[in-house]
Design a protein. Structure first.
Length: 608
């Protein structure tokens, strides 16, 4: 079939509706829907067509909300991309909205939405010290805040039990981490064990007895596995932990826990897609049941009523942004609530295919290739699209960026270069102090793989990425200037001295780890200078487009300013888009429209 050019706004405008959640009693649903271009919370009784808007924010989209009890909804948002999130509560009966964390220059973030309690959630805030996150219990009815975990210094993770008591914490002294544990809310935290930060030990949730807990760890192995840990030494068994699940190829990092049944029901991990392993027959049979309703699609349970019989399903795929359905597992009642983007026809979109190639030093690199439909798949213009992080990864599923680019005739390659998560400790740690070096080689080797396959036209290869991906764009143009015809840097790092110096205060407890991962500004000054694109702008010959949010707390605007100044001093073409009301990426749809419109013109000019 011939490619049908889809209007740009259809890829990037706000959803028709999204973010559906069901009330604990299963009688109401809440969801996000645009009002004057901003995503706002709406309420609807199941079985009724009447929809009631609950919010009318005008500055920025609400991205997430959750039910607490049957009469209160909680949401959190920042104002202009500064990531100083506030928590807001809504009484659905009288419509009263309260800012429960009305503090300036403070970041509040959820820790536990505490399903066992209808009135309280657990959050963390750096209210008392910008560098330290203390733990608070927020009553969503009275909006009372009570501190339940004072950060003794260096605590970066908290875990509460099923009664909302802070029982576990991970503390760092810079390079080592220590697990802290206490028996109850009046006990003192005590040290359990200390481990190197390159190892992983992530507490996930407590078991129903509130004594044992589940964790993901790679102690003694390359791949993370799921264990059940006993913090109280068991003389009878002489065991501190039991391995519950592991996979030889990929990290196992997540569990499924039923609050209603008070038991673990399964595990999931990511290979090229999400894989589920169930240990509870009822949960396994339910998944088989809902999968059978939507063959050839991915089906996930987003939220449920307290008794877990009424649920909201999200049905999607690599070519389908998704639809929400209500399902009753007892009566088998099923009906559609909404399609997220009904203006997109999945038959006009491209498949996201898993691929792998071998790096120049023999490492297997996994990734995804999205090809335009309706045309020859040889000698195509290509956009290389490395992910951010860098200690993150790309996943299988619908992606607006890749679908937009493929619709415009570009092949899009996403690769999980070394340093990406999910492939084991060795794969992640061999990337330390390798920004612009072997990490960048993995990206370049992806280009060469596409050329060898005959897919890429070597004279029409561009690169586009955000955050670390933006750094990879700049590094690619600096260090392999003959590879790329153009680049698009979206909130990317340009100067590793200033990016380390300007990290948010709440990241400072892990600053020594950052030095190990990227480089020390004094001890590794030569390294950082050699891999910072701003000092090598004279090597860039390809046109560059840079986009930046003024309020970005992660990659300060100064990063992009420095790069633009260095380029313009040399007379090299650079287009600069700055948005005063954005942070680490553009969220307001009018800004996304402008950015992608300029991207389309830029790529059309340089890769056609």
């Amino acid at each position: 079939m011939k490619t049908n050019i889809i209007e740009l706004k259809n890829f990037f405008k706000n959803p028709e509706s999204n973010g559906y959640a069901i009330s604990p009693n299963g009688e109401y649903i809440s969801f996000l829907k645009p009002i004057n271009g901003r995503m706002n919370i709406h309420l609807q009784k199941i079985g009724s067509n009447d929809v009631k808007p609950l919010t009318n924010v005008t500055v920025r989209d609400i991205l997430f909300s959750v039910w607490k009890g049957n009469n209160t909804i909680v949401y959190f948002m920042d104002l202009n991309g500064d990531e100083n999130f506030h928590f807001y509560t809504i009484n659905i009966e009288n419509g009263v909205i309260t800012d429960a964390t009305p503090f300036n220059e403070v970041q509040a973030y959820p820790v536990d939405f505490f399903k066992e309690n209808d009135e309280e959630i657990i959050i963390q805030m750096n209210k008392e010290n910008p560098e330290l996150m203390d733990l608070y219990k927020l009553n969503v009815i009275s909006n009372e805040l009570k501190i339940i975990g004072k950060n003794p210094g260096g605590v970066t993770e908290w875990l509460t039990d099923h009664e909302g008591v802070a029982r576990l914490a991970i503390q760092t002294n810079g390079l080592n981490k220590t697990l802290l544990y206490r028996e109850n809310d009046v006990s003192e935290f005590k040290e359990m064990f200390t481990f190197d930060f390159k190892d992983a030990f992530h507490p996930l949730t407590f078991d129903s007895d509130n004594k044992h807990f589940f964790a993901s760890t790679n102690f003694g192995k390359d791949k993370k596995r799921i264990i059940k840990y006993n913090p109280e030494y068991n003389l009878e068994t002489n065991l501190k932990s039991i391995v519950l699940f592991e996979n030889d190829e990929y990290d196992s990092e997540n569990v499924m826990y039923s609050t209603f049944k008070k038991k673990l029901t399964g595990f999931y991990y990511n290979s090229w897609k999400t894989e589920y392993v169930f240990i509870d027959d009822e949960r396994k049979n339910l998944q088989v049941e809902i999968d059978s309703l939507f063959p050839n699609y991915d089906v996930s349970i987003r939220t449920t009523s307290t008794d877990e019989t009424k649920m909201l399903l999200l049905v999607n795929s690599d070519r389908f942004r998704g639809a929400y359905y209500f399902y009753n597992s007892i009566t088998k009642e099923l009906f559609k609530l909404a399609t997220i983007a009904p203006w997109l026809n999945e038959n006009e979109l491209s498949e996201m295919k898993p691929i792998q190639y071998i790096s120049r030093d023999g490492l297997t690199i996994h990734g995804y290739l999205t090809l335009p439909i309706g045309q020859d798949t040889k000698n195509l213009p290509v956009v290389i699209h490395p992910h951010g992080g860098p200690h993150a990864r790309d996943f299988y599923g619908y992606n607006s960026d890749t679908q937009f680019l493929a619709n415009r005739g570009y092949a899009v390659l996403q690769m999980n270069f070394r340093g990406s998560t999910g492939y084991g400790k060795h794969f992640e740690t061999i990337a330390y102090k390798q920004w612009g070096k072997t990490m960048q080689d993995d990206i370049t080797d992806g280009v060469n793989w596409l050329i060898q396959k005959g897919i890429a036209d070597p004279k029409r290869v561009g690169i586009y990425g955000a955050s670390y991906g933006g750094y990879a764009v700049l590094a690619g143009l600096c260090f392999t200037p003959d590879v790329y015809k153009c680049g698009i840097d979206y909130v990317g790092c340009a100067n590793l001295f200033t990016i380390i110096e300007s990290i948010p205060p709440y990241w400072k407890p892990e600053l020594e780890m950052t030095y190990q991962q990227i480089g020390h500004p004094i001890d590794d000054a030569d390294l950082l200078r050699s891999i910072s694109p701003v000092f090598h702008a004279d090597k860039i010959v390809a046109p560059l487009l840079i986009a930046q949010g003024t309020n970005d707390p992660r990659v300060k605007k100064a990063e992009s300013d420095q790069m633009v100044e260095a380029m313009r001093k040399r007379g090299v073409e650079v287009q600069y888009i700055v948005k005063e009301n954005e942070g680490h990426g553009f969220h307001n749809e009018e800004n996304k429209f402008e950015f992608y419109s300029e991207m389309e013109k830029f790529l059309n000019q340089h890769l056609s």
